[in-house]
Structures are given as C-alpha cells and as structure tokens.
Design a protein around this ligand. Sequence first.
Ligand code: TRP
Ligand code: SF4
Length: 332
Amino acid sequence: MQRIVSGMRSTGRLHLGHYLGVIQNWVKLQNEYDCYFFVADWHALTTKYDNTENLRQDVIDVVIDWLASGIDPEKSTIYVQSLVPEIAELHIYLSMVTPQNWVERDPTLKDMAKILRTKEAANSQISYGLMGYPVLMSADIMMLNSPLIPVGVDQIAHIEITRDIVRRFNNIYKTDFFNEPQPILNECSLICGLDGNKMSKSYNNDIKISDTEEVTAKKIMTAITDRSRLRRDDLGHPDQCEVAFKYWQIFGDAEQVNTVKCECEKGSRGCADCKRQLGALVNERLHDIRERRRYYEEHLDEVREIIRKGSEKTRTEAQKVLKEVRNIIGMY
Ligand code: TRP
Ligand code: SF4
C-alpha cells in the first residue's frame, strides 16, 4: 500500500468546510492507502505562540472531530506533530539547504503576514518560525518520505516548495533518497459560509461539526438567500440564492434539489420554510457523526491512547528516515 501523509493545523473545533473539503476525502483514502494524519500543533504555534492556553484542547478537539467523521484508527495512523520530535531535527537539515528567497516567495506566507499586520503591534512581526512554515511542512512530508499528499488547492504552493527542497537535497547530497511528493487534490464541494464568504471560524460564519442540532438550525436560518425576494410569494431565483440553495445542492439529492428549485421559481416556497427544511436535512446528515463525537468526548482516555499509539508508530518510521538522512549528510 502506498503511503500518504496529510495534516491540519490545530485550530480547535472543525467546521463543515473542513469536513466536506478535507476529512471526507481522507475517510475514502484510508481504504486504499497507508494513511498518516497528524495535527500540526507546531504550525499552529507559528501564529499563536503568545496565546497557548487552548493549545492542548485544540489538538484533542481536532482529533475528536476526525474520529467522529470516520477516520478509523484501525486503518489510519493518527499522531501529533510535536510528539514526533524527529520532525524538528529534519526541519533543521532542510533549513540549511533552503534558499531564503524560496520561503520569502511563498504566497501563503504573504497572506498570513497581511492578517498579522491587522493585529496588535506585539504580534505583527513575522517570526523566524513563521518564515519557516513551508520548510516545516516539507519536514512533515519528507519525514515519512511519502509520495502522495492529499491537500486543498490552498496548499499547492507549499507542496511545490517541498518538491523544490527534495530536488535540492537530493542534488546536494547526490542521492535519490527522497521522493518528490505529488499532491492529490481534494475533490470537494467547497461549502461557503452562512454569509457567502469562505467558511471560517474567524469570519464567524461557520457551522461546526460539534454544534448542537438547535444551534445548527438557528445558524441556517441566517443563511443568505435570494436578496431580491422580499415577500413569500415573490418569484425566487435559486441561482441567485447565494447560500441556502448552494447548501441544498450539497446536502440534498437530485429530487429534493429539483423540488426546491421549482417551488422557489413558482413562488410557492417561502425562504424561512425552505431553510427550516434545510436545517433538518443538514442535521440528519450530521447525526451519526455527532453521536460518535459524543462517544469520544466521554471516552477521552481512548482518544489520548489513539494519539499516543499513532505518535509512537510514526516515531519508529521517522527514526528510520532520520538515520538515513544523518548518514547521507555525513553527521557524526
Ligand atoms: N499547512 C497545512 C494547513 O494549514 C497543514 C499542514 C502542515 C500540512 N503540514 C502539512 C498538510 C503536511 C499536508 C502535509 O492546512
Ligand atoms: Fe433560496 Fe429556498 Fe428562498 Fe428559494 S426559497 S430563495 S432556494 S432559501
């Protein structure tokens, strides 16, 4: 079985964007590949180094959301980045061979710098650690020498840098030890936030996997609809219904979508009723996931044991790679 590695920053409880965009893909991949999924808590630290009180809980919350969503620890290896310190050593070696302008060019870094500048002065500097974001990510990938990396489009630039670093390392040390990783693009229905922008915790427009049914239903009542529609019997335009109809297309089957479309266009469907039904549908879809989430919340020892076992197994694999790397470079 081919090996796959992918990670997510520990940002706390995950939302439907994570679920539909990334996790659902992982759940499929774990049947075909030898999957390693990790919580990137060092990457979280690149921007949250001065706000660490929730760091530990954030890691647990991410893992619980994964398990609830169907990542199966019998099939996949789940670990935490900082529990595999070998990654930090590999990061040092990679940082030696990575030219400064490669990290400076990283477009994602430029976006993060923009966000940081809007914060208080104390936190607005790009740290040395944040500069190294793509190098650390390369270390994550190269640590398991994985040929395939499932990611979203926003991470493609990082995979490109990893490929460059792999080539440079192999070149400098005259080796073919490291694989040039290929991205597997997540095939996903990108779900927007309730206000039509990208779904994000920081925009406060998200639906969390862990939200209760009541909260979910309430949130969906705030979803943007066809703005030109003022009265219940105005003729609607599903194609201009910015959020609610898009959600129908993601969560409903063909017949349901068709019914909504026809009734909306005829003016026989009010937006409030429409969103009430939609809320029920979304809750139905999330029902089993939320049941499993509750189970793991009540069995935290099990979660911690999954993390411990997965991290230990990953360390064993990482140590093999690191031994080879030290040898290739010529370390003492
Ligand atoms: N940067 C990724 C994100 O923000 C998380 C990540 C860290 C990652 N290391 C990785 C993803 C290695 C894939 C492979 O989502
Ligand atoms: Fe959107 Fe439904 Fe309202 Fe039509 S009836 S505009 S699909 S919310």
